[in-house]
Design a protein. Structure first.
Length: 267
């Protein structure tokens, strides 16, 4: 596979530096949600997964908004999302559900699959405790993990919402790709692994939010062009602003409500 990349334009990094301006809209949104009369419907519990380098604190504003809007929203409960760093000592530890060239792969190349497997176990535990399938919202890498959970366990996942997630290519089409190459990660092998996973379609409803202003994950990578029940929604937000942008929050809430209503009617 040729070593090409579709990373976001460097000029978009300016938008990331202005994320504080996006966060200014959140207090009013939280206040409004607290006073809003929520509709009566079968609301699925929601688990929100953080992005690379972040933890549940980063998704707390969004989860608070969803909770005030009538949803039972919780974090992923796995601490800091380090992309699976340090989880793998040998590629033989990775389950057969992951199709990759085991002769070429090094442990560093399969850290994310190891982290996905860890979240799969967490999902099974929480879905069982809640007694129902859950909706998954994933920010950046968290969205990729959420998608893989839905791919493997569609009976446990009601819907998936991704926020500026690298759906195509793993980290290859992100502005931090050079950092992974510096660590010795084989980005081409990861891209091949991601593409191979698409042979098993994700059947639950997916909504992929993406932005042309994103300075971390390219618009190309964040659009879902392979899942049969996918809807792509363009928003105006930076990558770091996806979780603190009130307009994005409202569209996430609307997506949750619409899909929950459809599921309730079909039941």
């Amino acid at each position: 596979m040729p070593n090409t990349s579709k990373r976001p334009p460097r000029s978009n990094l300016l938008a990331e530096a202005m994320v504080g301006l996006e966060a200014l809209s959140t207090p009013a949104a939280l206040l409004s949600a607290g006073f809003k009369q929520t509709k009566t419907l079968d609301r699925r519990p929601v688990i929100v997964l953080p992005g690379y380098g972040a933890n549940d604190l980063s998704t707390s504003p969004l989860r608070t908004f969803l909770s005030l809007s009538g949803y039972q929203a919780e974090g992923w409960g796995l601490g800091l999302n380090q992309g699976g760093r340090g989880l793998v000592e040998d590629v033989s530890e990775i389950s057969d559900r992951w199709q990759f060239d085991r002769d070429r792969a090094q442990p560093i190349d399969v850290e994310v699959p190891a982290l996905c497997d860890r979240f799969f176990a967490r999902l099974q535990t929480r879905s069982s405790a809640l007694g129902t399938p859950v909706s998954l919202i994933g920010w950046s890498l968290g969205g990729y993990i959420a998608r893989e959970a839905a791919r493997e366990f569609p009976e446990l996942v009601a819907q998936v919402i991704t926020l500026a997630s690298p759906i195509k290519g793993g980290p290859k089409h992100t502005s931090i790709a050079p950092l992974f190459r510096f660590r010795g990660v084989n980005l081409d092998l990861i891209e091949e692994t991601v593409e191979a996973r698409d042979a098993k379609a994700i059947t639950v409803p997916i909504t992929a939010f993406y932005s042309r202003r994103d300075g971390i994950v390219s618009e190309y990578a964040a659009i879902d062009s392979s899942s049969p029940n996918a809807r792509n929604v363009r928003v105006s937000a930076s990558h770091l602003g996806m979780g603190v942008n009130a307009n994005v929050w409202r569209q996430v809430l609307q997506t949750l409500e619409e899909n929950d209503e459809l599921a309730a009617r079909a039941a």
